[in-house]
Design a binder for this molecule. Structure first.
Ligand code: MLT
Length: 264
């Protein structure tokens, strides 16, 4: 389904009935990365998985797509879909940056948080420079260089060696992302604030998940993040890199299910 949000179409999977859970995808992917979680939870929950502005079927992106703007899109989407009760919000990597922005801006709409393979700190100057270079490169030449090089940082070595279907699906999502949307998200991520000080203020039940071989938000970084959130539950996901929900859906789904059932 597509809903008009702040003047632009936002595509969203909206399946199942029950307590709402919202999934926010990584950069530069789209809502298809949550297919296994949607299938696993739709029998008991209302599962909402949007394409963030500019990605997937949500066409059109501003020149800079801030994490705050994505978070405000999610809040407006909940209004448009008449979701009035607080939601569980699950974000991976860039989706996690958006989830933290959502906590900062729309706390009253949250019942729980799930932070997957993400970080609370801001970019270093080197990282910002790298994002600028990538944005220019993609605007000039298209996303092919990302299609080629990103799977090796997003996925574990084992996934790359043994799961060509996952590698192909990730490549396909990256290839579909419009260069302007990629550049806008890169600028938005580069501009995001350090949210470290927000972590001790998180007062909703929180689950922190990290693929054991995540090279982008490694286990040590995520363990520190989890330690800063009062009463957060931390779990590592075996046989997975940065895209743990795609690489080891069974383990991630089990952890989410136990958390939702209150027995994590
Ligand atoms: C992602 O998976 O969303 C990206 O790795 C986030 C980032 O580039 O910081």
């Amino acid at each position: 389904m597509t809903v008009l949000i702040h003047g632009s179409p936002i595509a969203v999977d909206d399946v199942g009935r029950g307590e709402p859970i919202v999934f926010l995808h990584a950069f530069p992917l789209n809502r298809r990365m949550w297919q296994a979680q949607t299938a696993a939870l739709a029998g008991t929950h209302r599962v909402l998985a949007p394409d963030l502005r500019g990605f997937g079927d949500s066409v059109g992106s501003p020149p800079v797509a801030t994490m705050d703007a994505y978070a405000d899109d999610v809040a407006a989407l909940l209004d448009a879909l008449d979701v009035r009760e607080p939601v569980t919000l699950c974000g991976l990597s860039m989706g996690g940056y958006v989830a933290l922005a959502f906590f900062a801006r729309h706390r009253d709409r949250l019942s729980r948080l799930i932070l997957c393979d993400t970080r609370a700190d801001a970019d270093t100057p080197e990282k910002i420079a790298g994002r600028n270079t990538t944005a220019q490169e993609v605007l000039q030449n298209g996303a092919e260089s990302l299609v080629q090089k990103m799977p090796s940082s997003l996925l574990s070595e084992r996934t790359i060696a043994e799961s060509p279907n996952i590698v192909a699906a990730v490549r396909e999502m990256i290839a579909e992302a419009p260069p302007a949307s990629i550049a806008a998200a890169l600028q938005g991520m580069a501009a995001r604030p350090d949210r470290t000080d927000l972590l001790p203020q998180i007062d909703v039940p929180t689950l922190v998940l990290c693929g054991e071989e995540d090279a982008i938000s490694p286990v040590a970084v995520m363990r520190t993040l989890a330690d800063s959130i009062p009463n957060a539950i931390f779990a590592t996901i075996p046989l997975a890199g940065h895209l743990a929900p795609v690489e080891n859906a069974e383990s991630v789904n089990g952890a989410i299910r136990r958390f939702l059932d209150g027995a994590a």
